[in-house]
Write a protein that binds this ligand. Structure first.
Ligand code: GDD
Ligand code: MN
Length: 387
């Protein structure tokens, strides 16, 4: 591929996060300078986490040695006090970037800088450009089988659980227009900055272009089991973020009815639990009076309904004992109240309104259960009634 010749319109910042890259940093800086068109002004920001091997000093030395040769390139080194993580390093770089076009890449020679001009050309027409290993023309060179499988697995998790459509959301090589991250609150956990940008920069136009990832020849990868764990934590948070952060009115109704649907599903499961538990009590205690067994069955089903509604319907993960007990009390109280309402309604509809029992029963159950749902939504789980 020939590098596109046109002069870039957006001022450019390239972010290079580093941790112990003393063997790579000078090479990567050289190769970036070589790959950029002669007259393209650019700012390179090295974000170093106090690497014990002196990466930051080497970067500054490189700059002093090259300052004369590269009139339109600037280098800045941001030194952070300790190893604070790749995502947060990228974010720190982006917040300090002067350019409107921001390119993020690894500093271990895995990401060929020859791809940068192509990314910038695409960025003229969209908001985020992802250099991708998994589109046609892209590939990975030098990775062991295990790492390939892990990468594909992580990619699948992101695509299915977060509804991400692009092929390589795990890429560490990407470009974006800086303004698209304005005002976004980032978690910046672990490695996956791109993933978080893709989820949170709503409406951004994304394009993927192919590149070949070359596994590092020098130094060691910093991707360890903590990074893997951080990944799962980040995906979980982004998943929850997607479920709750939609101010649009249309989504409120979706949330309301999906919760109502869950509440009724739980209610139906309660009938089964009630039946099975009552029956089990008569088997366990052959001498028990059947009405007593049924009372136990009711208690068991109220409890299982409560737990399922707390965890599933209302997604309430606060298990502080005081609060949970209070909620349980309210829930049981509303259940009893609902039963009384149902009986009262039924009596009134059959005796007062002369409705047939089956019709009256449907109406009474419907009214009592809707009331139950709304009361629990508002008072037990402290949510807005609508939404
Ligand atoms: N400042 C800073 N702080 N930099 C870090 C940190 C950190 O805590 N951890 C890693 N880096 C830097 C490394 O110095 C390197 O330049 C870059 O981030 C990537 O780290 P590697 O350890 O080389 O990651 P990798 O090669 O295993 O993973 C790469 O490929 C993945 C694709 O599966 C990265 O590009 C990932 O982002 C990418 O997802
Ligand atoms: Mn690497």
């Amino acid at each position: 591929m020939d590098a596109p010749r046109q002069q870039l319109r957006l001022p450019l910042s390239i972010i290079l996060p580093t941790y112990n890259e003393s063997q790579n940093i000078a090479n990567v800086l050289d190769s970036i300078v070589e790959a950029l068109p002669q007259d393209m002004p650019a700012e390179i920001i090295v974000v170093d986490d106090n690497s014990p091997d002196g990466t930051a000093d080497i970067a500054e030395e490189w700059w002093r040695g090259n300052i004369v040769n590269h009139g339109n390139i600037r280098l800045r080194v941001i030194r952070r006090p300790g190893k604070l993580g790749l995502s947060s390093a990228i974010l720190a770089g982006a917040h300090n970037a002067a350019g409107e076009a921001v390119v993020v890449m690894d500093s271990d020679m895995s990401h060929p800088p020859q791809t940068i001009p192509h990314m910038l050309a695409e960025l003229e027409r969209c908001d985020i450009v992802v250099a991708s290993r998994y589109v046609k023309g892209g590939s990975v060179s030098g990775w062991p089988f295990k790492r390939k499988v892990a990468s594909k697995g992580a990619t699948k998790i992101a695509r299915y659980s977060l509804g991400i459509r692009i092929k390589d959301p795990m890429s560490g090589f990407f470009a974006f227009k800086r303004h698209i991250i304005n005002g976004i609150k980032f978690d910046a956990i672990g490695y996956k900055m791109l993933l978080e940008i893709l989820v949170k920069a709503r409406g951004a136009k994304v394009k993927e272009i192919p590149y070949t990832f070359i596994n590092r020849r020098l130094g060691t990868s910093k991707l360890d089991s903590k990074v893997t764990f951080d990944y799962l934590r980040a995906v979980w948070r982004l998943y929850r973020y997607g479920r709750t952060a939609s101010p649009a009115e249309g989504r409120k109704s979706v949330r309301f009815f999906s919760k109502a649907g869950r509440f009724y599903t739980v209610g139906a499961s309660g009938l089964l639990v009630n039946y099975l538990a009552s029956f089990a009590f008569t088997l366990l205690f052959p001498d028990i009076w059947y009405l007593h067994a049924t009372v136990f069955g009711i208690l068991v089903s109220i409890t299982s309904n409560f737990v399922l509604n707390k965890l599933w319907t209302f997604e309430d993960r606060d298990f502080a004992a005081r609060k949970a007990i209070l909620q349980y009390g309210l829930f049981a109280g509303f259940s009893a109240f609902g039963a009384l309402v149902q009986l009262g309604m039924l009596y009134w509809l059959v005796e007062g309104q002369a409705l047939a029992y089956p019709v009256a029963l449907v109406m009474a159950v419907a009214i009592a259960s809707v009331g139950n749902f709304l009361l629990n939504k508002k008072w037990t789980f402290k949510e807005k009634v609508w939404g």
